[in-house]
Write a protein that binds this ligand. Structure first.
Ligand SMILES: Cc1ncc(COP(=O)(O)O)c(C=O)c1O
Length: 185
C-alpha cells in the first residue's frame, strides 16, 4: 500500500465510535385495506388531519421564516415553566425529545461515561449513547415488561452521567407513576 498521503484518494474519515453505533431499525410499514392508505400508528402517524389551530400556528410560523428564530426559545420555555410550576432554568427545549437527549448527552458524557437505561426500551437510546462515545448500561425490564427501577438504581456508578426513564415505555407500554419517579430521584 502506498503510504504517501499525496498518493491516497481523498476520503472522509469517520469517527471510530461510529463502528459501535447500532443501525436504527424503523418499524415496518403497515399494510392498509386494499386501495386505502395506511398509517404508521407506531410512529405516531395520525389518520386524522392536523387540527385547524395547529395548521394556523404552522402557517403563522411559515410567514416568519425570513427572520432568525429566538435562540433562547423564550416564549415556549416560559409557558412550559408556568404550566409545570418550575423555574424556567429547569426547562430544556429541542427538536423533540431525541433532540433534547442528544444535547444532554453532549453536555454530560465523555468517552467511558455511563448512561443507564432500561432494555428493551426506545430504539434510539443505544444509538445516541454510542454517538456520544458513552457506555450503555442496559438494565433488563421485569417479567411484566416494566422498568426495574431498583435494579436501575443499583446500576448507577461513579461513571453514570444520565439515567433514562421511558414512560410509557416504548415498545412495551407500561408507564411509571410520579411517586415512583420521585422515589428514584
Ligand atoms: C420514547 C420515544 N422517545 C422519542 C420518540 C421520538 O419523538 P421525539 O424526538 O419527536 O420526541 C419516540 C417516537 O416514537 C418515542 O417513542
Amino acid at each position: 500500500m502506498n503510504e504517501d498521503p499525496q498518493q491516497q484518494p481523498a476520503t472522509v474519515r469517520l469517527r471510530g465510535t461510529l463502528a459501535a453505533v447500532p443501525a436504527y431499525k424503523p418499524g415496518k410499514p403497515a399494510s392498509g385495506p386494499a386501495g386505502g392508505p395506511s398509517y404508521k400508528i407506531s410512529s405516531n402517524e395520525n389518520p386524522y388531519p392536523p387540527l385547524p389551530s395547529v395548521l394556523e400556528a404552522i402557517t403563522t410560523a411559515a410567514q416568519q421564516v425570513n427572520r432568525y428564530p429566538d435562540m433562547a426559545v423564550t416564549a415556549l420555555t416560559e409557558a412550559i415553566a408556568q404550566r409545570f410550576n418550575v423555574a424556567s432554568e429547569r426547562v430544556a427545549t429541542g427538536t423533540g425529545s431525541v433532540g433534547v437527549l442528544g444535547q444532554l448527552m453532549m453536555i454530560t458524557c465523555e468517552p467511558g461515561d455511563e448512561v443507564v437505561y432500561a432494555w428493551r426500551s426506545f430504539e434510539a437510546y443505544p444509538i445516541i449513547a454510542a454517538l456520544a462515545g458513552a457506555t450503555s448500561v442496559a438494565v433488563p425490564l421485569t417479567d411484566a415488561a416494566e422498568h426495574d427501577l431498583e435494579a436501575m438504581a443499583a446500576a448507577i456508578s461513579a461513571r453514570t452521567r444520565l439515567v433514562l426513564i421511558c414512560t410509557p415505555n416504548n415498545p412495551t407500554g407500561p408507564s411509571i407513576s410520579g411517586a415512583a419517579l420521585r422515589d428514584l430521584s
